[in-house]
Design a protein around this ligand. Structure first.
Ligand code: C2O
Ligand code: CU
Length: 513
């Protein structure tokens, strides 16, 4: 029985064997930008549309770009123009935000701030020149639409690639309920209608063991090991390793939707697992993107190390780790060396929640059965934190004497989330002079982590020498500092990337004038 699978394993893994044999050539279909012949219009079309997606044994009616989940990958080149025509076939207004791209304000895709919403039946052409290479994504910026399927990867290729690797793979992680259980608007109404009692404040998961609802949600036994820092020592206070431990043991609140029926890797649940194919001795670049609405993951590949080379599209001094903690809106690039054999599970553990996003890493040419999806998972030990990352180019880290702007994060009943004591509606704009160096200092006065995202700029996390990012997790009861140079004029959104928080006050306008 060494390579055999029990009936239950087969049910849970959902015909993984067949997928493993067939999936050698899987790739996300691509939209290629760049090199438009001068004078011609080389325009890509992205259609926001309603339709069905297959999620393992279930079909969900939802909203996607072009019927694909995730939407087709957009490939652009650093410094070369991109033109995308958004066609809105949805029953509601929508827009596209180019998350992490330091573009011109009018193309940023925030209705009510940088453009009018694109009404049903209408179109809007986005044109910009991406100044930075790296891993980005694009998504709707209207209401709770992000918790449907309106997201896709955006990769900007550098003028000259500095890293060497043989292959690359994008992994997009998602928490899914739309069309399976409820929908994001109903979820928001439920949250806004509930008081603190309904919110599971500070209690974490319900501890109800593994669940397997109609074969959909899948849980695995999680090893009881505590995450450590990269040095193997106990997770330091304020580190992401410590955050992972605190979320897993229920000491902090993981999010407002503890019961997503599915977690996906590239649109695939564990019962129909996504598969990465690698050759022995091959080096692969992974591009990790978390477009989830409410879920922070700890991502790892069993029996493999990951080498972080970039954070939110900004190169960092390479660091080896076992696992990467990734909040909503964050991206990491990591190199993976094909030093194993057979197949290993790729696991993205939704921290503090039941269920798992999981797929396989499969060695090309190997024929054995993959490990069953539901086998107990030993959580890896070392988790990288922001403090472990330094910009590859030290000059890109903030310098100088910032003007400090205090913007504590708060919660109030009924369900509302604030920045600097203000809810978005009617809030004061945060005014910054063009060229000014600014420090946002935030104490998170809530029991939940918030991935804070600034549009149109990058910031240095945790003071001089810290990594350059555009989204960073504010850890409960800790202070987070984001230093940035206001070099991009316009009106920019600054918000929590939890879509339910963003829709319940946790956003501000930043005016760079
Ligand atoms: Cu990806 Cu305003 O967000
Ligand atoms: Cu939040």
């Amino acid at each position: 029985m060494r390579h055999g699978m029990s009936r239950r394993e087969l049910l849970v893994a959902g015909g993984a064997g067949a997928t493993l044999l067939a999936a050698g050539g899987y790739g996300i279909s691509k939209l290629l930008a760049g090199d438009p012949p001068a004078g011609s219009s080389h325009e890509l079309v992205v259609r926001a549309t309603t339709g069905d997606v297959e999620l393992g044994s279930k079909t969900a009616t939802t909203w996607t770009y072009d019927g694909a989940l995730p939407g087709r990958e957009l490939r652009a080149r650093q410094g070369e123009p991109v033109a995308v025509r958004l066609v809105n076939d949805l029953p509601e207004p929508t827009s596209i935000h180019w998350h992490g791209i330091r573009l011109e304000n009018s193309m940023d895709g925030v209705p009510g701030m940088t453009q009018d919403p694109v009404d049903p039946g209408d179109e809007f052409v986005y044109e910009f020149v991406p100044p930075d290479a790296g891993t980005f994504f694009f998504h709707t910026h209207v209401g709770t639409q992000l918790d449907r399927g309106l997201y896709a990867p955006l990769v900007v290729e550098p003028r000259r690639e500095r890293l060497s690797y043989e292959s690359e793979q994008i992994l997009m992680l998602d928490d899914w309920l739309d069309g399976i259980e409820s929908n994001p608007d109903a979820k928001l109404a439920e949250l806004q209608g509930s008081g603190m009692e309904g919110m599971d404040m500070g209690s974490g998961g319900d501890g109800s063991g593994g669940m397997d609802m109609e074969g959909m949600s899948m849980d695995v036994m999680r090893g009881g090991r505590e995450h450590t820092g990269l040095d193997g020592g106990p997770a330091a206070r304020g580190s992401l390793a410590r955050l992972a431990n605190d979320l897993e043991r229920g000491a902090l609140d993981p999010g407002d939707v503890p019961d997503y029926p599915l977690y996906l890797i590239n649109g695939r649940p564990p019962e129909d697992p996504f598969q990465i194919v690698i050759g022995k001795g091959e080096r692969m670049r992974l591009r990790l993107i978390n477009p989830s609405a409410d879920t922070i993951y700890c991502l790892f590949i069993e029996d493999h190390e990951l080498e972080i080379v970039s954070a939110d599209g900004n190169d960092v001094v390479p660091r080896r780790t076992d696992a990467i903690l990734i909040g909503m809106g964050e991206r990491y690039d990591a190199l993976l060396d094909g030093r194993g054999g057979g197949a290993s599970r790729v696991v993205a553990m939704p921290l503090g929640k039941q269920g798992v996003a999981a797929g396989y890493l499969r060695y090309r040419g190997s024929t054995g059965a993959a490990p069953p999806m539901n086998a107990p998972i030993e959580m890896p030990v070392r988790v990288a934190s922001y403090g472990d990352l330094q910009p590859l180019d030290p000059a890109s880290s903030s310098a100088g004497d910032p003007r400090v702007i205090r913007l504590d994060l708060g919660f109030d009943d009924p369900y509302s989330w604030s920045i600097g004591g203000q809810l978005f509606d009617g809030s004061d704009p945060i005014r910054v002079a063009r060229g000014e160096t600014v420090r946002f200092t935030m104490k998170n006065r809530t029991p939940m982590p918030h991935p804070m995202h600034l549009h149109g700029h990058s910031f240095t996390v945790g003071g001089p020498g810290g990594p350059l990012k555009d989204t960073a997790l504010a850890i409960p009861r800790r202070e987070l500092t984001l230093d940035w140079v206001a070099d991009n004029p316009g009106v920019w959104a600054y918000h929590c990337h939890n879509v339910y928080h963003q829709e319940s006050g946790m956003m501000r306008r930043v005016e760079v004038v």
